[in-house]
Write a protein that binds this ligand. Structure first.
Ligand SMILES: Nc1ncnc2c1ncn2[C@@H]1O[C@H](COP(=O)(O)OP(=O)(O)OP(=O)(O)O)[C@@H](O)[C@H]1O
Length: 554
């Protein structure tokens, strides 16, 4: 519940004005409904009584009927305003939460971030934020409206009718309906949670099925995966069905409770009239007010049916929300001291690093020095720590011991912008964001011009491919699907070269290229970036021959 309150606090803080106005209008809508029915009941009964007593001609019908019209029209207008304000405020607050959440995800340590599965995380974030709209619209506003109405209706009813009648109406509604709502909320908790889990499982399994379709076919596992998707869907439907049934039962129980409460209020009114404590018109007013008050309890039904889903979503969301002052990228000092021209481009001294959860450190006392314009290749068996050295040099993970300097300055003292401007990292697998060759390159340089793009593509031996696909701006599939592995690799490499960094970190840059193309591309890198220091993780002979020096990892 603490997490739900935290979400409420955030929404309140972001949209206080519209929420106050919207909630006030929600109270006015129900209050007008109660007043409308109460007044109409009193009016009809009082007019009938006056007619029976033969004084109908003296009865003022104009004032009550004008009030009835005002209440009926006013209620419609207030309802319109309330929906507009509360929905708008909720959606805007959820947008803020969504942005803050994405910022929170981006601020996660690189290690945690690299373990996240993109589709699953995105799916979860979207579904969780969607689930939170009910916190304000189906819990907070109906609850505030209900409590306000009961608190205001009790003294008014007492004043206009009788204490016993007012007490009965208040007690039967708060206790009777309260018990039904608590029962519904408790019983819906588990199916609501299960339905949400099944929905997530359904989406994730479906995404897996679509993404890994070829592998599933090859290993003959397509029918199993399809069945897993259908199973998750069936479980989701089953639980949604359980929630719907429970909600209908709660609706029925609420209707019975309110019918019993209003019926008893009518009977009680009759007794009080017989005793001469109130007039028939006052009894009618009490009965109709009780009838109208039932409007306060029904909206809470849906909110409580979804409570389990909202609780889980709120817990996950608040866990990921960054501190108020946190910014998108991990905080780095903003210092931007000038590079020292005589210093090595990269200096790693006595580095120790252990992956989270690993028993032994992958690096211990590791050192290297890289002069400007030099090219060093890290070699060694798979798993010996080559990519880890690159990730450390890129500032993506921090060493447990030792120092890393870029052009003489410790990298943890460089601002994020400066660090990224001076160093570029090409990991083993890259995302090719964009819809064309040009878009994909422009990620590294928004001011890229076509001439520069074509020259670079020529340097990485991609000109023929670009021409065959219809040019720089021809539409490509998502993440470069449809290009060969080697073509995708060269495109990612061209993008890295565009930055013209002081230090270039390459993880197996020519993987997937034949020897002549690899040699040509590697030659082009040194030609384009003669001053750049290059550190590469290499298995291939072409890359080892290309480097000035080799460092064997053990
Ligand atoms: N995020 C991680 N969490 C835990 N262990 C990891 C993580 N990343 C890598 N490792 C482990 O650290 C060791 C070094 O991995 P690294 O990727 O640096 O090796 P590598 O030499 O680049 O291998 P390859 O040549 O196959 O790319 C391996 O044993 C690997 O299993």
């Amino acid at each position: 519940m603490r997490d739900i309150l935290q979400i409420l606090r955030l929404t309140w803080r972001a949209q206080r004005g519209p929420l106050i106005r919207g909630t006030a209008l929600a109270v006015i809508v129900v209050a007008m409904g109660v007043a409308l029915l109460g007044l109409a009941g009193w009016f009809i009964t009082a007019a009938a009584a006056a007619g029976l007593a033969g004084i109908g001609i003296a009865f003022n019908v104009f004032q009550p009927s004008a009030s009835v019209r005002f209440l009926a029209l006013g209620r419609t207008a207030a309802r319109y305003g309330e929906r507009l304000l509360t929905h708008d405020a909720t959606l805007k607050a959820l947008t803020d939460i969504r942005v803050a959440l994405l910022r929170g995800v981006l601020a996660l340590p690189f290690q945690t971030l690299s373990r996240l599965r993109g589709a699953e995380t995105m799916n979860r974030l979207v579904a969780d934020v969607d689930a939170l709209d009910g916190v304000v619209l189906r819990l907070f506003i109906p609850a505030v409206t209900g409590v306000t109405l009961y608190v205001a209706a009790f003294p008014l009813l007492w004043w206009l009718t009788d204490l016993t009648l007012a007490l009965w109406i208040l007690a039967s509604f708060t206790l009777g309906c309260g018990m039904v709502l608590v029962w519904a909320g408790r019983h819906a908790l588990a199916p609501s949670r299960r339905a949400e889990k099944a929905l997530q499982a359904f989406r994730i399994r479906l995404i897996d099925l679509l993404r890994a379709r070829d592998d599933l076919v090859v290993y003959g596992r397509l029918p199993e995966q399809t069945e897993a998707v259908q199973l998750a869907e069936a479980r989701m439907r089953e639980n949604l069905g359980a929630i719907d049934r429970l909600e209908r039962r709660a609706g029925l129980a609420l209707s019975l409770t309110t019918t019993l409460a209003t019926g008893t209020a009518l009977a009680l009114g009759g007794v009080l009239v017989a005793r001469g404590a109130i007039t028939p018109a006052q009894a009618a007013l009490g009965f109709f007010v009780a009838l109208a008050l039932s409007e306060t309890v029904q909206p809470l039904r849906r909110g409580l049916a979804d409570l389990g889903r909202m609780l889980d979503a709120a817990r996950r969301v608040t866990r990921l929300l960054p501190d108020e002052a946190a910014v998108g990228v991990p905080a780095r000092p903003a210092s931007a001291s000038a590079p020292e021209a005589a210093s090595p481009a990269l200096e790693m001294t006595d580095i120790a690093y252990r992956h989270p959860g690993a028993e032994a450190p992958v690096l211990q006392g590791f050192s290297l020095t890289l002069a400007p314009g030099a090219c060093v290749a890290l070699t060694g068996a798979s798993g010996s720590g080559k990519s880890t050295v690159l990730a450390l040099a890129a500032g993506l993970i921090q060493p447990e011991a030792g120092t890393i300097r870029l052009a003489g300055r410790p990298i943890d003292e460089l601002s994020e912008t400066r660090l990224r401007a001076e160093m570029t990292y090409l990991p083993q697998r890259s995302m090719l964001l964009g819809q064309s060759f040009f878009d994909m390159l422009a990620l590294a340089d928004p001011d890229l011009d076509e001439r520069e793009a074509l020259d670079l593509l020529e340097a990485v031996a991609l000109s023929a491919t670009v021409a065959a696909r219809g040019g720089l701006h021809a539409a490509l599939k998502e993440n470069g699907a449809g290009l060969s592995g080697g073509e995708q690799r060269r495109l990612a490499l061209a993008r890295a070269l565009l930055r013209r960094p002081r230090l270039l970190l390459l993880d197996e840059p020519t993987e997937g290229l034949d020897r002549p193309t690899a040699t040509r591309v590697l030659g082009a890198i040194r030609e384009i970036l003669p001053e750049t220091a290059i550190l590469t993780a290499s298995h291939r002979k072409a890359e080892r021959d290309w480097a000035d020096r080799l460092i064997a990892m053990t």
